[in-house]
Design a protein around this ligand. Structure first.
Ligand SMILES: Cc1cc2nc3c(=O)[nH]c(=O)nc-3n(C[C@H](O)[C@H](O)[C@H](O)COP(=O)(O)OP(=O)(O)OC[C@H]3O[C@@H](n4cnc5c(N)ncnc54)[C@H](O)[C@@H]3O)c2cc1C
Length: 413
């Protein structure tokens, strides 16, 4: 079959490989060739953690109590930009609905399915393409501020163990033996031995894209304006109409309007995330370290350390507020010794494509079984990319998927 993939971020490029494996002809359509950091494409600037232990959705029963406290801090881990509350209301209503216990349990089960397959899928793909040097298997730390966060983390660790995830609750001393730059200000940590991190998201997305081209995929630098399911599946670009046997929509946050044009109104919105990267600064830390009570991480990319996180709702047009990035950096300097000056870093903001139940959309459109969606991976798109790709390949082939994909259907909304 000839398959058009709209979007050459990490989801689109991973999907290209899964389809090439099956002998399909693949064309990747993206205005930038592949993911561009300058446009806030998250595949090009994320934190680089294959965060396989994150199996809990963001919505949970206590969020209604916690969110107002977080929102009160203008530079805290969660913010809504002035003027964006109204457009966000439908998303927020869905988020609250997703925080009831039965919905949290269902999202957790679906996330476990994706997350526990993520690292094996990454390793298999990296091995097949000779890209192993991009994946570092040093585990990841979640630092915990207080004895009560340690107790809460023990409960989470129990759920993770039940899902087959390797996790240890460790002391601050043990964490500092692994990462001497951690300051003496925590009560303990969770250590996930089986999570991993990558060289650099832009490097790896580009390497996957180039490997797809080397395997025979085509690249069409263009913007898709609309999709059509009348007759053969087709896309409309500024250069004209292109027909294909199947289409995969993997355009991140920009998928919302294209899917809506096919009759699938998804509550996709963007959780804007911020980071600062220090190019060439390596050796200070050696693995991802999350500050669980503060919603951000520091990661040791091969390109240099990166401090990033935060969630800001503000749509696609508002300018970045890098006071937020500075606030992350300042907090981080209370937790990690020896950081370079903020001014020597490179600040960035990117658009996480997020759905309120923390699950992506992976599945056929309402208009045609030959137009498959693969978007909305929120905080975990880099982690889940090759698992998503495998499901899409199953769907394109018309096979039963390798595990239950119904929780990811676009028609769940
Ligand atoms: C600060 C931050 C930190 C993060 N950290 C992590 C992490 O550590 N681990 C993790 O797993 N995830 C992380 N994420 C999330 C992850 O980056 C995203 O979920 C993932 O990159 C989404 O990838 P994607 O390919 O689906 O979409 P995108 O990366 O958004 O790519 C979509 C592509 O589609 C193209 N496109 C858009 N519109 C059109 C159109 N009309 N026609 C053609 N092409 C189009 C774009 O140019 C783009 O290249 C983080 C995100 C942020 C913002």
């Amino acid at each position: 079959m000839h398959v058009l993939i709209i979007g050459a971020g990490i989801t689109g490029t991973a999907t290209a490989h899964a389809l090439l494996d099956e002998g399909h002809t693949v064309t990747l359509i993206d205005p930038d060739g592949s993911a561009a950091r300058e446009r806030g494409t998250p595949s090009a600037g994320n934190a680089g953690w294959i965060a396989t232990a994150d199996i809990l959705p963001l919505a949970h029963p206590k969020i209604v109590l916690e969110a107002p406290r977080m929102l009160l801090d203008p530079l805290g881990p969660l913010a809504i930009r002035a003027g964006y509350l109204l457009p966000l209301l439908p998303w927020l209503a869905r988020f609250l609905w997703a925080s009831r216990p039965s919905a949290v349990a269902a999202s957790t089960r679906a996330l476990i399915d994706l997350q526990t397959r993520a690292l094996p899928a990454w390793l298999a793909r990296a091995r097949a393409l000779g890209l192993e040097k991009h994946i570092h298997r040093k585990g990841g730390l979640y630092m915990l501020d207080t004895p009560s966060s340690v107790e809460k983390a023990r409960i989470e660790a129990k759920a993770q163990r039940e899902a087959g995830i390797n996790v240890d609750v460790i002391s601050l001393d043990e964490a500092r033996q692994m990462e001497p730059a951690i300051r003496d200000v925590f009560a303990g940590a969770l250590f996930h031995a089986d999570s991993a991190h990558i060289s650099d998201p832009l490097w790896l997305t580009t390497a996957l894209f180039e490997a797809a081209i080397a395997r025979g995929a085509n690249s069409l630098p263009a913007t898709v304006r609309a999709l059509s399911a009348d007759g053969k599946p087709a896309v409309l670009t500024d250069g004209g109409v292109i027909e294909a046997d199947a289409i995969v929509l993997a355009a991140g946050i920009w998928s919302r309007t294209l899917a809506a044009g096919l009759g699938d109104k998804t509550p996709l919105d963007t959780e804007r995330g911020y980071n600062v990267s220090f190019k060439g600064v390596t050796g200070l830390t050696s693995r991802p370290i999350a500050f669980k009570d503060h919603g951000f991480i520091i990661n040791a990319l091969d390109s240099g350390i990166r401090i990033g996180g935060a969630v800001e709702f503000g749509g696609l047009k508002a300018k970045p507020n890098h006071a937020r990035t500075r606030a992350l950096y300042e907090k981080c300097s209370r937790f990690i010794s020896g950081l370079p000056d903020f001014g020597s870093g490179d600040v960035w903001m990117g658009f996480r494509p997020s759905l309120p139940d923390s699950l992506p959309v992976i599945g056929p459109s309402r208009a045609s079984p030959r137009i498959i969606y693969a978007f909305g991976h929120g905080h975990l798109g880099m982690t889940q990319s090759h698992v998503t790709a495998g499901l899409v390949a199953d769907m394109i082939a018309g096979r039963k998927t390798s595990f239950d994909a119904t929780p990811f259907s676009a028609q769940r909304f």
